[in-house]
Each structure stands twice: as structure tokens, then as C-alpha cells.
Unconditional design. Structure first.
Ligand SMILES: Cc1ncc(COP(=O)(O)O)c(C=O)c1O
Ligand SMILES: Cc1ncc(COP(=O)(O)O)c(C=O)c1O
Ligand code: FES
Ligand code: FES
Lengths: 189, 393, 393, 189
């Protein structure tokens, strides 16, 4: 805390623009729980073609939260082309600097921005947050496997996707995905 | 702002009585105990009195007590000594969850001509005794196992492990830095040959420790130089801190019942209230066999540093893993060894109480935590606002 | 009884300002600087401020300063590190008059696969530079030479010696424990790669030291464990003593002129009066090149312990050889290396002053010494009552 | 000092019977300056055949002085046969004990007593205090060589007796002997 700037502290304790936008023009998820930080970033353009609103959700340390909060503030009012020029150093500078060991938080912000812009330009929404680090399997892949094959146990998911077949630390998340997909299916059924 | 200090496994306040015991040697009585004038010589008995108190606390005799500069030095000394007196044996047995003062040295030795077996623990942090038994070989120079874990408080069956090693003639060291003063201890009957403790975990200052070396144990000094500590640890004696540590040991013995009664109940209350009022939390470690002051609690789907820093806003001190590992992105090696899933490992917080902890503090912490976890989960992409995990999205 | 403390090379009083600087961290501010809460974190800058003061005193930059637990640890760390980073070289060059913290370790290494050359000194304790030059070989892993001798105060030409070694690519360590704070020093331009100092020689407490390691010097830690001191020295930081040492370094820099002016004159007066009023005495060591505070004086035909204990009756503190060697029957290795005859070596007394020394104390000591030496000589079989040696009877 | 008994302290600070007896019945010198302690011990019998007076001179530490002082007190009033039974432990006990590292001081007392009794019984007075440790040469031998051969320099003494030919630490003492013998000779000449 003592080597965070006041600006970081402020954005951590009073984060701006927390949440998810409905029907965003661009969205991306980067990072993973295994890595220790993850970020979901969404934005919407206004009638003038500029970024009118942006939101984030972050799992991570104080500087991850602050970097995401800063990013949402920084992009507002910019065109996509202008926003595209924001670097991770810009994010860190906006916050008055980040400790060396925490610069990766600004990098994550930059990555999310990039991926969300790509999504806006037509790439599939990158909800590629890795769930299983051991086998490099994203949440979306697991979701698909569960819903398409009506899977109900982690073991089944492992059989279909390999996810969960290594260290086992992702089992809880896989179980969460199963629960969610099943409850969604119940609703729709 | 009032500080609510629940980080006593990281370091403790110096007890006022301890400071009082130190003050004469920080002011007028600054002599060197090895001097030939009585101004110096009169502080020599102070050192010996402290040695007696340290011995009594851990069930040893005074000449088995060597004062060192910290727990790390005690650990390093013990391990290096065991290897030095037995140069032909090249194998060390330890656990996966040792403090860096043991673990990093073992990893260093593993890169330098030694074989190191890290005995695993189960999901509750309990030592795998079968694996332990199997790990011992004729080439084993030393077993080093912590008495109690700094992150979870889990107590290892060190005495049983020592018995098994001794049957095979293998010397045993235990890092008892977290256990001393929290649970009763009798080094003499424990079967261990060497035992480390550190002053700043029991209300003495940072920068003083003890290595117990059982009578008759072959020993090679680590710090080489003058004749201090019966030629077992060179360097002018840190008289003020030694006097302070002596007093701290005396007090710790007195306070053992409070620690194992009132403090244990406060810790239990903390855990019960948190699990009752916050969903998706988990107590890490073997709750049957634990230090009375330690609670290691995982808050799923949120990250530890954020929790710590939000608590910090309320003056609440705790830690995430050990102080040493805080700030790194990796969950602690202890959580990893226990196979705690990342969802929980990243959000694990250690609360460690002391005899100075009070019930009102516990109530305050629980109240604030409810808010903090709610706030952070609202920001988490892995959590839905209807209080359910949103894993995988 | 008033204490007249002339044993400052053994240890010094803690300066009141130093104690003041320490007190916050011995009382309310007991946090661990590595903690993630600001209660602990706010003491981290205290450590850095102290590092700055230590660096300024010896002419280094703060990141070249490693805090250790004492001078002995600094010395041991430096020597072990130099050998560890250069495992193929098996030769060490040192002098015959080093402190045990260097000498005993070198002797230990000489029994364990290293060759050690102890460069001799002349009868004034001056390093034999020709022998030094010749001692260096392609196999030399380290030169370790003290900056100033603890028993005689004689200053070695460490900078010149370092230059010679560096030309051959040999790393140089200097034990500057006695020199720091008594003579000006600039580690940066000195040419040495590592330098040791100890707090309790400069009015900080016993149990804190510094190892200076020049930027770019390859280094292997001695204490292995946590990440403290930028991974160069594990163990929870001794915040109170570090803060105290910082203040002591700041003060020492301020007091250098007093030390080299007033204190030097007091020391000279002590020597002059003693030689004027007591027959058969001799000043040991190179009086041209000496610490300003140290007088080593031999009183022929009487034995040192007896002198010390008679002075003790008057509250006068001094020592015979170093505190470590006192009590042994052998004259100190320093006196032996200088070839001081036994008649004088056994009766050599070291008086070491500090900035707290006063002229009245010096007068008092001289008066009492006249009586003491007369009394003891009257008892000596080597002395006739008509004030002449009775040698050989 | 702090591990000396009050009795040692008393005998060190207020030694009894310091000096040399003229025409002693028994005398001995033991130890040497090189060893770090030396003791000259003399006694005289009274008319009843008991030890009437005893004196010492000691070069050494506090416990060496105290042991010698104690010895002189202990022997007074004893017959030679009784005195002969005094052991070094008796001397230490008389002083209320000595630190382990200092027991040799009581041994030196016992040796001096033994040698002085031998001298009383007819052995040559043991003024055998070694001057030159390297070559095991006593003061008496050097004295004799100097006086019989009229030696004037240390070098000559070394040539005649070997004394001084090693480490050189005895040179001062040898010089002292030369001075003394020569001044004595001057007087008698
Ligand atoms: C020259 C010298 N080196 C090293 C030391 C050892 O310092 P410490 O007692 O702090 O270990 C001392 C003093 O004791 C000393 O005088
Ligand atoms: C289990 C354990 N061992 C060793 C240590 C090291 O002790 P110190 O900080 O005194 O070096 C600690 C605490 O830091 C610890 O918790
Ligand atoms: S992270 Fe999925 S099995 Fe290791
Ligand atoms: S003692 Fe005489 S030469 Fe060594």
C-alpha cells in the first residue's frame, strides 16, 4: 500500500465503472484465476462514434483493480482509433506510476482493451479466460462441452476437454461452470 | 486510527515487561560481558539468567541453548551443522510446507550436491507419515520438519517423526519458531536434536533467536570467530535482546494457559462468525491439530492483497500467506502443497492472534470483512451479483 | 562508584540519540516491514533511511549496504561469499593480526581444503607490503585485511593493498569494524569490494552490523531464507537496531572532527603522562598511523589481568588484548605477531577512548596507574624494590 | 573478577607476606615470564622447627597472586612434614575455590612449596625459572655463564648457552641479567 500512489489508492478504494455493459460494442476477458488476476472489459460507443461508456470487473490485487478502473476512465470520449493508442505505460502514468512488480497489471489492462477493440471489429468475443492452466482450456470451451454434451461431473469434463486432468486446482471452477450451465439449461428447458 | 493487530505470526509487539528487562542494557549497563572489568562482567549473569528462562520454556537445560540473531540463523545453523558433522551423507528430508528459512536453504543445497526429499502434506496440511517413513535412507544426514506451520498453524507430529528417525540414527531438527510459546513443549523428551525459535514471535524483538542443541549432539558452528556462546556462536552478545528474550520466555510460559484457553476461543469465534456470515469461505488446515492463535481462511473468488488492503483501511492487520510471500502473484507454496484450488488459494488470509487480542477486535474484524468481501466480489468477474460464483465466464 | 570507561574498542555506550531513534520501534511501531498492511509497511522507509546514513558514513551508495546481525556475521559473509562465487580458487590472503571473526574462519578454512597466507607485520604492527605482494597468486580467491587493528589501532594501507589485488583481479574484503567512525573513509574510491562494520563500536547496540558490497560484485548470501535485504540476507529485519545504527552513523560522521581532534589529544596525553611517570613502559604499534582513540601500552614485569583488576577497583575499564582473548594465559596473537617480548606482552593494556571521554578521566587514570604498577611490581619476582628489573632471578 | 570468590579478591588486593626472606631455610622459583606466571617462594623455620615465616613474589594474574598469598598463610605454624601434605586443591579450597581456567595457579603454588622443601632438605635452590623457553634455559644458568665468562651482550649469551637463539622474546630478560650480574661484579671488584 505504502508504495502505491494516492491515485492508485483512490481507484482501488473507489473504483469507477464497475460492472458489465449489456450488449457491449466490444468486450474481452483476459487473465485467469490461476494467474492471480483476471479482467473483463466492455465498452459501448455513443451516437458520435466515440466510446460513451466502459465497464470492468477485476479479480486481482489493488493495482489490478486500479488499472482497470483507470482504463475505463481513460477511454471514455475517445474514438476507437484514439483508444487503440493507449499503452500500458499510459495507464501506469495515469495512476501516477505503479511499483515495478505490479506493472503487469497495466499490461493486463492494455491487453483487454486490445482484445475488446478486436471484438468490436468482428473478432469473436475473447472470453478466453483460462480455467485449466495445465491444459490451456478456457471457460468458453468448457461451457460449450458441458452444454452440448450435457455433462454433469468434473470427470466427464476432463474426459471431453482434458481440463482438470492435471494438478486439479481448476476443479472448483469447472464445478461452478457445470452448475451454471445446468441451471441456465433448466431455465430454458 | 486504532490498529487491530491480527498478524502475530508475522511479528509481535514487544511486551512492556520485555522492554523493561532490556532497558538497563540499552542505557547505562552497556558493558561487554566478555570484559575483564566488572562493568562488563556484571552483565554476564544477565545472559545466563535469560538462557535459563529460554531453557525452561522449551524443556531444555541452559547449556543446550545457543543465542542467535534470528530464527533464520537458527535454522541455517542447524541444517549446516548437521551436514558439516556428517560430510559423507548427502540426503536431507524435509516437508513441502517449511518456512523459507529452511526451504530456501534446502533448495539451495539441492542445487549443490545434496538430494532433498520434500515430504508431501494432504489437503489439510498434515504430513504424509508413510511418505516420510519411506523417505529415510542410509544416506540421510538430517530430518528437518517444522513443529507448526506459520501460515496455517497446523502442527506436525514432530515427536513421532523424530522417534522414527532416531531409530535409524538420523539427527532431527525442528523449526519451532511458530510453536514455541503457543503450545507446551518439552525438547528433552521430544526426541529432536536441534530446535529453532525466534524472539519476535513471542513478544521479544526482531533480531534474536535461539538454537537448542541437545547435549551430546555433534555441532559445527555457523558463525566463526570469538569464543562467545561456549564457542558455538561467535559475535559480541546482544545483551539487551538476550535479556528481553529471557523475559519473553518467562512470560510465554506464564501465558500458555491464556493462549490455549481464551485466545483459542477468540480464534474459534472469528472462524465461526466468518463462516456463518460470509458464503463461500473455507478454513484451511487441520482444525484438529492447530496452533490456538492461527486462522487461515479462504474467501473464494477474490484476491488476497485486495482484502488485506481494504482491511488496512480499517486498521486491521493480517496477512496473505506469510509476510515473505505477500506481494508475489503466486499463491504460497503452503497453499499449493495442500492442493488448495487457485480460486481459494489467492484469496486466503491468515489471522493470527496474541494474548493481547480482545473480543471486541474480533467482532470488529468480522463486521468489516462482511462488507469487504461483498465489495470485492461485486467487482469480480468470477462472481455474479446474486451471490453466486460466475466461474468460467 | 564512577565508571571511567576506556574500553570503547570492546564496545561502546549507546548514544542517547540512538536510543531515541530506536524507541518507536521497540514500543508502538513493532510492525514487520515486509507486511502488506501499512502498520508494518510504514517502517520500511525507516530501514531505508538508516541505509542511507550508513552509506554516507562509509562513502557508499545505499543499495551497497546489507544489514547483518554483527561484525562477525559481516566478516563471515564476505569471506564465504568470495569463496562461493569463485569455487575453483583455493587460496586466501590475510594478515597475522586479524580479529578472530576473520582469523578463526581463515584457520578453519585452512583445515578444510583452503590454503591461507597470513602476511606478517613488523614490530610496530605494520603490514609487510613486500610479503603481501608476493603472497598473491593466480589461485587467490580473496584478500581480507583489516582497516585498523582492534588491539593497537594500527591502520593498514588497505587502499594500496586493494589496488594491488585489483590489478590481478582478486576481490578484496576489509574488516573496518574498528575504523568506521574513527577515521574518514570512502568505500567507493577505496578499491575494496566488501567492507564490514559493527554497530556497537560506534554507539549503536551490540547485535547489528553492515556488510558493504560494491555494486557489481558477485555475491552469495550467507543466511538463506526470506527475501529481506534484496535477497542478500534473510531474516526478519531488526528494525529498532537498524534505526539505531542509522542514527549512530549520522552522529559518527558529525563527530569525526572531535574524534580526530580532542579525543586524539586526550589519547596522546594519556600516553605521554604514563610514559613520563612510570618507568619501563612502551607504546605498542605504529604511532604514525593509528586510530585516534587507541593506546596500547605495555607495563613491563607485571601481568595484564592483575592491572585490569586493580584498575577495576577504581572503576576504570580497559582491556588486555581484545576482550575475546582476555583471560587466556597466552599473550594475544597480535602481540605475538609483532614480536613483543613476553616481558611486555603479558602486561599490555589497551585503553580506547570515545567522544564521551573527558580530560579529568585521563588524569584520574594516570594517577591510579602509577600506584597500581608500583604495587604490582613490588610483588613481582622480576622486579627489584629499587625500581629495577630483577630479570632472571 | 566476577567469578573470583571474595577470598581470592581479598588475597589479590591485600596480599599477605609479599617479599623475600633473607637466608631462607627453603626457597624455590617456578614458572616463567613466558608462561605468563612465575612465583618465588621462601620460608624459614622457627626455634620449634615449625615454619615461622614464609614470603612470596608473584608475576601473574589475580589468582596467581592470591594462591601464593594463601600458600604463605597456610604453611605458617606447620612442620615441614605437615606442610608437605598441602595439595593444590587445598590451596584452592582455602580461597573458596578457583575458576576452572585458573586452577593452574594453585598448582604453581604447590610446585613452589614442593621445590622449596626439597631445597630445605638439601637440593640446590630451584631458581630454575625458565628465561628462554625456546631452549629451556634457566636464569641461573645464564647468570653463571655471564658471571664466569664476563659476557656483556645477548649475542654472547646465546653463543654460550643457546638462550635467546629462538623467537627472541627472552632478549630483554637476558639483558636484565647481564646488567645485574655486571653491577654486582662491579661492587665486589
Ligand atoms: C576488528 C573487529 N572485527 C570484528 C569484530 C566483531 O564484531 P561483532 O562483535 O559485532 O561480531 C570486532 C569486535 O568485536 C572487531 O574489533
Ligand atoms: C516457521 C518460521 N521459521 C522461521 C522464521 C524466521 O524467523 P526470523 O524472522 O526470526 O528469521 C519464521 C518467521 O519469520 C517462521 O515463521
Ligand atoms: S489447472 Fe486444471 S488441472 Fe491444473
Ligand atoms: S624464549 Fe628465548 S629465544 Fe625464544
Amino acid at each position: 500500500m505504502w508504495d502505491y500512489t494516492d491515485k492508485v489508492r483512490d481507484h482501488f478504494l473507489h473504483p469507477r465503472n464497475v460492472g458489465d455493459l449489456e450488449n457491449p460494442d466490444g468486450m474481452a476477458e483476459v487473465g485467469s484465476m490461476a494467474c492471480g488476476d483476471a479482467l473483463r472489459f466492455t465498452f459501448k460507443l455513443d451516437e458520435t462514434g466515440r466510446i460513451g461508456d466502459a465497464r470492468f470487473k477485476t479479480f486481482g490485487c489493488a493495482s489490478a483493480i486500479a488499472s482497470a478502473s483507470a482504463l475505463t476512465e481513460m477511454v471514455k470520449g475517445l474514438t476507437v482509433e484514439e483508444a487503440e493508442k493507449i499503452t500500458n505505460r499510459d495507464i501506469a502514468a495515469y495512476l501516477g506510476g505503479l511499483p515495478d512488480a505490479k506493472m503487469h497489471c497495466s499490461v493486463m489492462g492494455r491487453q483487454a482493451l486490445e482484445a475488446a477493440i478486436a471484438n468490436y471489429r468482428g473478432a469473436p468475443a475473447e472470453t478466453a479466460a483460462l480455467v485449466c492452466e495445465c491444459f490451456n482450456v478456457t471457460g468458453r470451451e468448457i461451457e460449450q462441452a458441458v452444454s452440448e454434451n450435457n455433462l454433469t461431473t468434473v470427470e466427464e469434463v476432463t474426459n471431453f476437454t482434458k481440463a482438470g486432468g492435471g494438478c486439479g486446482t481448476c476443479h472448483e471452477i469447472i464445478r461452478g461452470i457445470i452448475d451454471r450451465v445446468r441451471s441456465e439449461n433448466e431455465v430454458t428447458e | 486510527m486504532n490498529v487491530v493487530y491480527l498478524d502475530n505470526n508475522a511479528t509481535t509487539r514487544i511486551a512492556p515487561e520485555v522492554l523493561d528487562a532490556m532497558m538497563p542494557y540499552l542505557t547505562g549497563d552497556y558493558g561487554n560481558p566478555s570484559s575483564m572489568h566488572s562493568f562488563g562482567g556484571r552483565v554476564a549473569p544477565v545472559v545466563e539468567e535469560a538462557r535459563g528462562h529460554a531453557a525452561r520454556l522449551i524443556g531444555a537445560s541452559p547449556d543446550e541453548i545457543i543465542f542467535t540473531s534470528c530464527g533464520t540463523e537458527s535454522d541455517n545453523t542447524a541444517i549446516r551443522s548437521a551436514l558439516a558433522v556428517n560430510p559423507d551423507k548427502r540426503h536431507i528430508v524435509t516437508s513441502r510446507v517449511e518456512h523459507p528459512a529452511v526451504r530456501e536453504l534446502c533448495l539451495f543445497l539441492a542445487r549443490n550436491d545434496y538430494r532433498v526429499t520434500e515430504v508431501p502434506v494432504d489437503s489439510k496440511g498434515r504430513l504424509d507419515m508413510d511418505a516420510y517413513r519411506e523417505s529415510l535412507t542410509d544416506d540421510t544426514a538430517l530430518v528437518t520438519l517444522m513443529w507448526a506451520n506459520n501460515e496455517t498453524g497446523v502442527i506436525f507430529p514432530v515427536e513421532e517423526a523424530a522417534g522414527i528417525a532416531r531409530e535409524r540414527g538420523i539427527p532431527v531438527h525442528t523449526d519451532a519458531v511458530q510453536a514455541v510459546g503457543k503450545v507446551p513443549m518439552d525438547a528433552d523428551s521430544s526426541g529432536v536434536d536441534m530446535l529453532s525459535l525466534s524472539g519476535h514471535k513471542l513478544h521479544a524483538p526482531k533480531g534474536i533467536g535461539v538454537l537448542y542443541v541437545r547435549k551430546g549432539t555433534r555441532f559445527a558452528p555457523f558463525l566463526i570467530g570469538g569464543h562467545q556462546e561456549s564457542e558455538r556462536r561467535a559475535g559480541t552478545e546482544n545483551v539487551p535482546y538476550i535479556a528481553g528474550l529471557g523475559k519473553a520466555c518467562e512470560l510465554a510460559l506464564e501465558h500458555l494457559p491464556d493462549m490455549n484457553g481464551r485466545v483459542r476461543r477468540l480464534r474459534d469465534k472469528l472462524e465461526q462468525e466468518i463462516t456463518a456470515r460470509i458464503p463461500h469461505v473455507k478454513i484451511n488446515g487441520d482444525t484438529e491439530n492447530r496452533l490456538p492463535n492461527t486462522a487461515n481462511i479462504s474467501f473464494e473468488y477474490v484476491e488476497g492483497e485486495s482484502i488485506l488492503l481494504m482491511m488496512n483501511e480499517y486498521g486491521i492487520c493480517a496477512s496473505s500467506g506469510s509476510a515473505c510471500t505477500s506481494g508475489s502473484l503466486q499463491p504460497s507454496h503452503v497453499m499449493l502443497a495442500m492442493g488448495v484450488p487457485f480460486t481459494m488459494a489467492h484469496g486466503s488470509i491468515r489471522f493470527s492472534l496474541s494474548i493481547y487480542s480482545e473480543e471486541a477486535e474480533i467482532d470488529f474484524v468480522v463486521d468489516k470483512l462482511v462488507d469487504i468481501i461483498t465489495t470485492l466480489r461485486a467487482m469480480s468477474p468470477f462472481w455474479n451479483n446474486d451471490s453466486r460464483p460466475a466461474a468460467g465466464r
